[in-house]
Design a binder for this molecule. Structure first.
Ligand SMILES: C[S@@+](CC[C@H](N)C(=O)[O-])C[C@H]1O[C@@H](n2cnc3c(N)ncnc32)[C@H](O)[C@@H]1O
Length: 254
């Protein structure tokens, strides 16, 4: 899976700017986002999902990357539609427009207030890219585990908080997944292969207080984050695969 993603990525000429909102307030980042959305395209192309759910749609750039890679897929996008976490009120309308012609549904909602997604189906791919403040990511990951075959977490390396929350979730829910792959890219992608998703899966939706008391583990995770960020080659071309055998193994391809 890793090699397939990297090969597809290297040969991709997907160009998200063809679909970008001309007055996007973050348009000065379009040049650095080219590879970012090519990687999203490559991940979808490798997985070939029939169904995709995305938490955090914004202007729909990941949505169109996924749908261009797998045009047959049914895509569901959920967004709170406000100006938080890179969001822009009304952006979802542009996302609807550029994905016209594909099989899509858009929902305005706050996933932090959900205990399950609006539809109980199991999605082949769930993209977690919304409230990237640590606890928000942890919550969305717990929701996704119950209804996903693959989960893709965006922004793994955005902040130590998000990295820590994602890896805490991995530790707390290791029995639910087969492996996870970390790909540095623009913001850091974490791809998780879920074992056997079920809406009855008992995920640990731990609260902040529980995790705040777990200081020793947090320190270990932060040190790992600092180490990974220092490995420049890893950040450029590598990937990180771990399996959840006893103790957990981590293989880093530099
Ligand atoms: C980083 S942007 C998503 C970018 C998009 N996935 C892309 O690749 O173009 C984050 C989005 O999450 C949305 N968001 C933030 N908090 C949310 C929440 N609690 N529930 C649903 N959406 C949320 C914001 O409105 C914003 O549009």
């Amino acid at each position: 899976m890793i090699q397939l993603i990297l090969d597809l990525y290297q040969h991709s000429n997907f160009d998200f700017t063809q679909y970008a909102f001309p007055s996007d307030p973050l348009r000065d980042r379009f040049r650095e986002w080219q590879d970012y959305y090519r990687l999203k395209w490559a991940i979808a192309k490798a997985i070939q999902p029939n169904s995709i759910l995305e938490i955090g749609v914004r202007f729909g750039y990941s949505a169109i990357a996924f749908l261009q890679a797998v045009p047959k897929a049914h895509y569901v996008g959920i967004d709170i539609d406000n100006n938080s976490f890179g969001g822009q009120q009304g952006a979802i309308d542009w996302a609807k427009q550029i994905t016209e012609g594909y099989h899509t549904d858009f929902i305005i909602g706050n996933t932090q207030e959900m205990n399950e997604f609006p539809s109980p189906e199991i999605y082949d791919l769930i993209h977690v890219d919304a409230q990237q403040d640590g606890d928000g990511t942890y919550h969305d990951l717990s929701l996704a585990t119950k209804q996903a075959r693959y989960i893709l977490v965006d922004g793994l390396f955005w902040t130590a908080e998000n990295f820590q929350a994602s890896l805490n979730w991995v530790r707390d829910n290791q029995r639910h997944f087969e492996y996870f792959i970390g790909i540095p890219g623009y913001a850091g992608e974490l791809l998780i292969k879920v074992k056997s998703p079920s809406v009855t899966t008992d995920c640990w939706l731990s609260n902040t207080t529980d995790r705040q008391t777990d200081r020793q583990n947090r320190q270990t995770v932060v040190s790992f984050y600092q180490l990974i960020r220092k490995v420049t080659i890893f950040k450029t071309v590598g990937d990180m695969t771990t399996t959840n055998s006893l103790g957990g193994n981590c293989l880093i391809l530099a």
